[in-house]
Ligand binder design. Structure first.
Ligand SMILES: *[C@@H]1O[C@H](CO)[C@@H](O)[C@H](O)[C@H]1NC(C)=O
Ligand SMILES: *[C@@H]1O[C@H](CO)[C@@H](O)[C@H](O)[C@H]1NC(C)=O
Length: 138
């Protein structure tokens, strides 16, 4: 060991750096809805169930045109999610922010995330809502 030229502390540091790099490299970018993108009438509950698990530091991408208008909100809890009540919801992306490369959201919060579109009847009738639970990758 002594001839390697590294102290135990340096080796621990190198391992920690390698582990965190690996975590970033492993993080995935996932387009919500896949080739369907973010649109009225596609079942995102089903899509999320089929696509899970989602991992901490993965990136969700919401892609949509501005006509008809869609958006992305984070709802505060299950009750507001189930009833499509946006009164305490947080706007993440407005109707123009889904164009081009779309709107990216990194799963860097350890909490259940309730996403929905608030335009027209997107949430109530259009199935444009999903629940995402970020899991630890290892
Ligand atoms: C959407 O998918 C979920 C999960 O498969 C299912 O329970 C629900 O009935 C579906 N909704 C519609 C409107 O098809
Ligand atoms: C929507 O949620 C707010 C609190 O977040 C509540 O005060 C309000 O009564 C709810 N509206 C409906 C129609 O349930």
């Amino acid at each position: 060991m002594a001839s390697s030229g590294f102290s135990a502390q340096q080796i621990i540091l190198l391992v920690a750096v390698a582990a965190s790099l690996l975590a970033v490299i492993q993080a995935e970018t996932i387009v919500v809805g896949g080739t369907e993108n973010w649109r009225y009438g596609y079942n995102y509950t089903e899509w999320a169930a089929n696509t899970a698990p989602f991992y901490f530091q993965d990136t969700l991408v919401f892609k949509y045109e501005d006509t008809p208008a869609h958006s992305v909100y984070l709802l505060p809890n299950l009750r507001s999610y189930l009833t499509c009540n946006f009164s305490d919801a947080k706007l993440l992306a407005n109707p123009t922010q889904g164009q081009g490369d779309g709107f990216s959201f990194v799963l860097n919060q350890w909490r259940v995330l309730y996403f929905a579109s608030a335009e027209g009847n997107d949430c109530e009738d259009g199935l444009m809502k999903l629940i995402v639970v970020p899991w630890p990758r290892n």
